[in-house]
Design a protein around this ligand. Sequence first.
Ligand SMILES: Cc1cc2nc3c(=O)[nH]c(=O)nc-3n(C[C@H](O)[C@H](O)[C@H](O)COP(=O)(O)OP(=O)(O)OC[C@H]3O[C@@H](n4cnc5c(N)ncnc54)[C@H](O)[C@@H]3O)c2cc1C
Length: 455
Amino acid sequence: MASKVLILGGGFGGFYTARKLEKHAPADTTITLVNNTNYLTYAPLMPGVAAGTLDPRHIVMPLREHFRRTQLRVGWVTSADPAAQQVTVEMVSGHEHTFDYDHLVIALGSVSRTFPVPGLAEHGVGFKTIEEATALRNRIIHSMELAEGLDDPFERRSYLSFVFVGGGYAGLEGIAELLDFADDVLKLYPRCKQTGVKFTLVDIMPRVMPEIQAPLSEWAMNLLRKRGMEFKLETSVKEVHEDHVILSTDEVLPTRTLVWTAGVKASPVAASLGVPLDRGRIITNPALQVDGFTNVWAVGDVAAVPNPAMPGMPCPPTAQHAIRQGNLLGRNIASALKGGEVRPFTFKTLGSFADLGRHKAVANLMGIKVKGFLAWVIARTYHLAWMPGWDRRIRLLTDWTVGALFPRDIAEMTRIGHIPPLDQPILPPAPAKRELPAVTEVPGAPESRSGTTVA
Ligand SMILES: Cc1cc2nc3c(=O)[nH]c(=O)nc-3n(C[C@H](O)[C@H](O)[C@H](O)COP(=O)(O)OP(=O)(O)OC[C@H]3O[C@@H](n4cnc5c(N)ncnc54)[C@H](O)[C@@H]3O)c2cc1C
């Protein structure tokens, strides 16, 4: 009998599950994928978008272009009833639709993990979505335009100081790229140049990037210190205000941009799907089957898949795991549909790296320490290889080449994508404050669609 497989989420985990199912599932299987956008975001390249070296469109991949048998439905998953084998989705048109399934794949990813810090939700900026990365670039340019118009150098300071919280690879790459961007464009702003820009990374841990060896982490910090970056380690943020933050040491940092990169947590939608959770992540067995079910599966950041490299621990929330889990899951479901065996997830982390800008990176490759230009070449080659589709790879290469040959682009185009009223096509300058999505919002969620201004 023909079976229906329903995949929730079109990121790395969901996309690779669909691709493998297309290849191995019986011909009469219906594959449907629900995602809140019609594209996959290659998140590891988001720091390049924030720094303006990569066009946002070039790090996303339209899902339809890569599907042969999978039907894409754009909508927001709201709840599920595993007993009835049904999932409810708020479709992009606004109406609610119920999908039936024989096998369900949950691949809804993660959102920024926040803490109840006063003022954070109101003033902090996340670094988890392409909208946030694009808005961050616009914020930096907008801050410089604003500061340039101020006579008082002290007033300029809070516009020209940027604070990142969280020194994992995402935070480190983001702050390094933005520091280079700000440094490069400063010469175009004589008054800002007089005041100077300041980038500060705050982390509760004694060092950044715990995924790499301590000497590499030290090397990375020293490199960034030489470029003017300040590190506040073993420190946390106590309060966030519109024009300053207060640290746990009671130090006050003037800033109007606090970027929150202090880790991720599983998509909160997982709690509405009737599946067992461990600290918000869906509990699975090594074959990616959700505890207590034979026809519900989970992969990627939303799933607590047992880590073959560290018994008793779940796999880390990385793309390299989500991709391998998706590939395995496509095969496992196809095998289950044919009455065959399912296999366990055995992939062990290859390592991790962080691109520090200016042709430098650090990498831990299966225990081998690599740093400098070689690590940077490895990082770029890795991303090129994993970006799905040759057209996207060529666009990336073109962006990187143009970025290496020509000066940074500082055109501030915050209004692109917003249709101005017909009788007022030329609007006054954009407001100084809150043009960024709030840090606690779940991107694309129905309740955040109206309130979020995406640049
Ligand atoms: C800045 C940054 C840098 C990173 N760098 C690296 C790196 O160098 N190496 C690495 O291995 N990993 C990196 N990661 C982590 C990596 O991106 C994630 O681990 C990976 O994307 C997880 O894949 P996933 O399929 O679980 O989730 P995702 O890729 O996030 O996909 C989830 C999908 O579900 C959609 N969705 C969510 N909720 C709903 C809903 N309710 N309804 C419909 N659709 C929904 C989302 O829009 C998304 O399309 C980075 C992440 C960030 C943010």
